[in-house]
Design a protein around this ligand. Sequence first.
Ligand SMILES: NC(=O)c1ccc[n+]([C@@H]2O[C@H](COP(=O)([O-])OP(=O)(O)OC[C@H]3O[C@@H](n4cnc5c(N)ncnc54)[C@H](OP(=O)(O)O)[C@@H]3O)[C@@H](O)[C@H]2O)c1
Length: 331
Amino acid sequence: MTDTIRWGILGPGSIAHKFAKGLAVIDDAELAAIGSRSLERANTFADAYGADARYGSYEELANDKNVDVIYVATPHPFHREHTLLCLEAGKAVLCEKPISINAQTTKEMVVAAQEKKLFLMEAMWTRFLPTLEKARQWIADGRIGEVRLVKADFGFRVGWNPESRLLDPNLGGGSLLDVGVYTISLANMIFGSAPNQVTGAAHLGDTGVDEQAGMVLGYPGGGLAVLCSAVRTSTPQEAHIIGTEGSIHIPDFWHSTTASLMVANEVVDQIDAPFQGSGYEYEAMEVHRCLRAGELESPVMPLQESIEVMEAADRLRGQWGFALPMERGMR
Ligand SMILES: NC(=O)c1ccc[n+]([C@@H]2O[C@H](COP(=O)([O-])OP(=O)(O)OC[C@H]3O[C@@H](n4cnc5c(N)ncnc54)[C@H](OP(=O)(O)O)[C@@H]3O)[C@@H](O)[C@H]2O)c1
């Protein structure tokens, strides 16, 4: 490992811009290379963020010897293929959320990383925010007693474009895989377990994807999560973690900069933590820590938990009769 950790970005689209802004505030991070399906797009992105190497194919990026870790930022149906490409070339990978489209493909990615003894992590960036770190600490310190209920929602209204990533099933469209996974991942993290009951209802819209969904997950010990996701309906995007002695309120939970600890309806503690960069720096800093420590996965976002989120999503989509085109014949 060099003094700086040299990053490559695979798929310089919308989220890659935010990630690059996060990397820019980390002293020991270097954005070294960009790989796109188009050299022109790679050049434009590389010029904007000062990356030296730019490639018109993902293969060339994966094989760049001056790159330590690759951030896979393509739409989720391609995460498996692109992650395997990078692992095959000996690169550590931070893969955007959802880590893949279902549990089966996620397990293939995990096995490949383990066989190659390479680092892999789902970019569930919310978990690394200071607010979520503080919430975990409040819970561990017993400040809200035993956690009984998690309520979380993540919905927004996208304009109607059936060919957009959020609505086109060929690009992995639908609210559950785009934003519902944040709520499930949060609930699984808080309860420290996969759910043993999974039920939900969804509205499948004109393109066949779930435009909105409501989910109830039950956990060993009786904990419950009541969650919803949407891509055609704006929701408050809040999380409430409710225990026997108090509760935690996290406004804008998936990109939160504040959280409050409440006891008897009074705020008794609070964290205000403005981002240093775009907010994506925290997950990248965890990747740095793991790479320097020789850890192949992060204890904050373990691979088994990424699999368990996908298993819950599979069960929900199974209930809704919603398979993506590339999954037909797979399950
Ligand atoms: N963490 C977060 O806050 C967050 C927010 C938004 C999205 N995401 C996740 O990040 C991933 C990408 O989302 P996005 O909104 O950035 O997507 P996007 O802008 O639509 O696509 C990202 C890039 O993927 C590449 N790509 C490769 N194959 C493609 C194909 N067949 N069709 C379209 N693009 C293709 C394209 O780059 P080139 O053609 O130039 O190679 C494209 O610019 C998704 O899995 C999404 O869930 C995460």
